[in-house]
Write a protein that binds this ligand. Structure first.
Ligand SMILES: [Zn+2]
Length: 256
C-alpha cells in the first residue's frame, strides 16, 4: 500500500508540504471522515459495521473544533458494475465476505492484487451511498468520492491499491498540500479497511497521520484483527490516538 511520495505527485519546492516534511514545528491539521455512509451503518446498511452509527458524537465533536485547517468527508461511490461486488461475478466463487478475486492493474497486467468480494454497497445515486444524517455535514469543507472506477477496488481515499502506475488518484493529497496541511486525523468506517488504507496512504504522502480510535469501528472487531491493524499502522508510521489524548488536545488548543 505504501507509495513513496516521489512516485505520487510532483510537488514544487516552495509548497507547504516541503516545509512540513523538513520537520519544522508547523502544525496545520486536517480531519478526514472516512465513508460515514448509510450502507456501512446499522440497521439497514448493505455492509453494516457493528456500532457504526455510534461514532457520530465523537466525529461531530472533532468537526466542531475550529483548529482544523480543513474538514473532509470521503464517500465510497460505486457504479453498479463495480468489480468489488460479488453480484458481478459468476458462481460459485462470488460469495460476499468470503470469496476473493484477483484484479490486475488496468494499465499494467503484471501488477495484481487479491481482494475480497462484498455485497453491493454505496451505489451512486442510492440512499446507501449517502452520508448518515447524524453527521454535521454543514461543518465539512469538501467531500471526496472514491471507488468510481469500476475496474479497481479503492479502500483508500487517495488512490486504488496499485502503484505501477497509480490508478484513480482522487486528488486528495494535492488538496491537502495546497491547504498547507501537515497533520491528518482519520476517523470513520471501517477501521480495518478504508480508514486503515487512507491513513497509511496519508502517512506515505508525508503527512503526520493519526487515527482517532473512539471515532472508528471495524468490520472485524476481534482482538486478533485489531492487533494486525495496529502492526500495519506501526509499520507505516501511523499513530493510533484517543479523543482525550495530547494529539487531539493540540487541535483543541488552537483558538477559533
Ligand atoms: Zn466499496
Amino acid at each position: 500500500m505504501a507509495v513513496p511520495s516521489s512516485q505520487v505527485t510532483k510537488v514544487s519546492t516552495d509548497s507547504p508540504v516541503t516545509k512540513a516534511s523538513k520537520g519544522n514545528a508547523s502544525f496545520s491539521p486536517a480531519l478526514v471522515v472516512v465513508d460515514f455512509q448509510e450502507d456501512f451503518c446499522p440497521p439497514a446498511g448493505a455492509l453494516a459495521v457493528e456500532g457504526g452509527r455510534d461514532i457520530a458524537p465523537a466525529i461531530n465533536s472533532l468537526l466542531s473544533l475550529p483548529g482544523f485547517t480543513i474538514r473532509i468527508a470521503t464517500k465510497d461511490f460505486h457504479p453498479q458494475d463495480h468489480v468489488s461486488f460479488a453480484s458481478n461475478h459468476p458462481a460459485p466463487d462470488n460469495k460476499p465476505y468470503e470469496s476473493n478475486i484477483t484484479i490486475a492493474n488496468p494499465e499494467n497486467p503484471a501488477e495484481v492484487q487479491t481482494t475480497r468480494l462484498w455485497p453491493d454497497h454505496c451505489v451512486q445515486g442510492t440512499k446507501g451511498a449517502e452520508l448518515v444524517p447524524e453527521l454535521d455535514t454543514d461543518k465539512l469543507d469538501h467531500t471526496v468520492e472514491k471507488g468510481k472506477d469500476s475496474r479497481v477496488e479503492m479502500f483508500s481515499a487517495f488512490y486504488a491499491g496499485f502503484q505501477e502506475p497509480q490508478i484513480a488518484n482522487s486528488g486528495l493529497a494535492e488538496m491537502l498540500r495546497e491547504k498547507g496541511v501537515t497533520h491528518v486525523y482519520c476517523v470513520g468506517l471501517a477501521y480495518d479497511y478504508c480508514v486503515k488504507c487512507t491513513a497509511i496512504d496519508a502517512a506515505s504522502e508525508g503527512f503526520e497521520t493519526y487515527v482517532v480510535e473512539e471515532a472508528c469501528r471495524a468490520v472485524d472487531a476481534s482482538k486478533e484483527a485489531h492487533e494486525a491493524v495496529a502492526k500495519d499502522f506501526q509499520k507505516h508510521g501511523v499513530k493510533v490516538v484517543s479523543m482525550d489524548g495530547e494529539e487531539v488536545q493540540r487541535v483543541r488548543k488552537i483558538a477559533s
